[in-house]
Design a binder for this molecule. Structure first.
Ligand SMILES: *Cc1c(COP(=O)(O)O)cnc(C)c1O
Length: 492
């Protein structure tokens, strides 16, 4: 495994802390110039084979059973390889000694053991709420490997981040005012910057396009006076040393993402020219690499994106700037599988419908916006073996009480029968870890798996299945009489 990543994290990181501490980082990059592509066909086939083994073992070992008809599975081997592939991709294009922090966007998979695993692979955390920061801290991610950028930080959040030494990107002038006040009241080790929106345009999914003209994120760079405001803000504040942009997510073409980085880099160069020295020493290029949900192939790869960026913005990679990335979906999506038992198999209007336990509560986006978020479904039999048989066009439905609760519409699969299993693939990011409490459906258990070295599969509990008592407690169970004990208007 390539262990050249320069920075920061757990055991994978020989030069721990060198970005955040701004110390010189030396002797890196044996991957330089080499193309490291971890996403060959072979890799995709191996991943699919591991998944099949895990589904079979989950049934055999009883994780999935009639009383626990829904689980999330995480491929630990795949996650480790994706992390190594990310590090190698940027090691291959950066000058020796370049500090690089890859901060995983916690919102993609907010599970503490996942954050710890990534930390162990040299990956930090990008957090956007007090909850996400608490998860990163619980996972042991150090402040120096944590980045806070959210559009609505409270004064208390900002104060805490500065006290901890976490990097913060101000979203707007009002937030910069708050940082001014905090910096006057106490010194901080936090690297600080401003988030800009290069307004390069959106992708195919409106809700996920962050660089449109009217996006709510960052300082809209092309608005009248905005660029001058940014230049002045940096000129007046020598402690602004970073610049941040995150130009999109699923649905945004790579070329457009690269354009966002080009413009952010140009702004950093202009700030530094005016300052007469390298005031901006680190550029945070955000995340947003899209994921291929149509097959097992990983496309595009981190290596492709890193090479494209080096072509488009060579100056960013010549060693004058430290780099921060914030990938989420692309690190985890392909390593998660949602598996549900088929409770009933029926037919309606001539169409077969498999009624399963995976619906809107674990695949919210897919159910509400099926056009933007289609998922591949794999059919497994009652014993968890890949189901054989001719493909039949069928619907795969969830357990919730509304007609639109469909995991898949008109997918061609071997006919699902009662007791079989339906697996929603590529659901490791923004799916089963993002529970939606419709119908008070319980959060499923999440299990990480690895081959056990003896031809079987070993599982670890990542998150216990949610007990009913917890659902009741979260629904005000301890306050059952709260409303009836209020004095009723007009009654004694
Ligand atoms: C959501 C988000 C990311 C991660 O986006 P992905 O598409 O999951 O890679 C990174 N940075 C910021 C600021 C975000 O809001």
């Amino acid at each position: 495994m390539n262990r050249t990543s320069q920075y920061v994290g757990g055991s994978a990181s020989p030069r721990r802390g060198c970005l955040a501490g701004r110390t010189r980082c030396t002797g890196t990059g044996d991957g330089r110039g080499r193309t490291v592509d971890h996403d060959s066909d072979g890799e995709a086939r191996e991943r699919a084979a591991r998944r099949d083994e895990a589904v079979r073992a989950a049934v055999e070992q009883g994780l999935l059973n009639p009383a626990a008809p829904l689980v999330g599975l995480l491929d630990v081997t795949g996650i480790r390889r994706a992390a190594a592939g990310l590090r190698a991709a940027f090691d291959a294009v950066t000058a020796p000694g370049t500090p690089v922090l890859h901060a995983f966007a916690v919102k993609a998979t907010p599970l503490v053991p996942v954050l710890r695993l990534l930390h162990d692979e040299g990956i930090g955390a990008e957090v956007a709420s007090p909850g996400e920061l608490a998860l990163a801290r619980a996972a042991g991610v150090p402040a120096t490997a944590t980045v806070l950028d959210s559009p609505a930080k409270t004064p208390a959040e900002l104060r805490e981040a500065l006290a901890l030494g976490i990097a913060v990107h101000a979203d707007n002038p009002q937030e910069l005012d708050r940082l001014d006040a905090l910096m006057r009241s106490a010194p901080s080790r936090s690297p600080l910057g401003v988030r800009v929106n290069p307004q390069v345009g959106g992708g195919s999914i409106e809700a996920l396009s962050t660089a449109t003209a009217t996006s709510k994120f960052g300082v809209a760079l092309r608005d009248e006076g905005a660029r001058d405001w940014v230049l002045r803000a940096y000129a007046e504040r020598p402690w602004l040393t970073r610049l941040h942009a995150h130009t999109g997510s699923q649905g945004v073409p790579l070329a457009l993402m690269a354009q966002g980085v080009v413009e952010t880099y140009a702004l950093a160069e202009e700030i530094n020219r005016r300052a007469g020295h390298r005031q901006v020493d680190t550029i945070d290029i955000g995340g947003g690499l899209p994921v291929n949900f149509a097959s097992d192939a990983t496309a595009p790869t981190y290596a492709q994106y890193a090479r494209l960026l080096r072509e488009a913005v060579p100056g960013l990679f010549d060693g004058r700037y430290g780099l921060v990335t914030e990938f989420g979906r692309s690190l985890l999506a392909k390593h998660g599988t949602t598996v549900a038992r088929v409770e009933y198999a029926k037919s309606a209007g001539g169409r077969p419908v498999a009624v399963t336990h995976a619906g809107v509560q674990v695949a919210t986006r897919t159910v509400y916006a099926p056009g933007a978020w289609p998922l591949r479904i794999a059919a497994y039999d009652a014993k968890g073996r890949p189901k054989q048989g001719p493909a039949v066009v069928q619907d795969v439905a969830g357990p919730a009480c509304f007609a639109g609760d469909l995991l898949a519409r008109e997918q061609a699969l071997p006919l699902l029968e009662q007791g079989d299993h339906a697996a929603a693939l590529d659901t490791g990011a923004y799916y089963f870890a993002h529970h939606y409490a419709y119908n008070s459906l319980a959060r499923p258990g999440v299990y990480g798996f690895v081959p056990d070295g003896r031809g079987g599969v070993a599982f670890a509990v990542v998150r216990e299945p949610q007990p009913l008592a917890e659902i009741v407690a979260e629904a005000g169970g301890a306050q059952a009489g709260a409303l009836t004990t209020l004095p009723a208007a007009g009654r004694g």
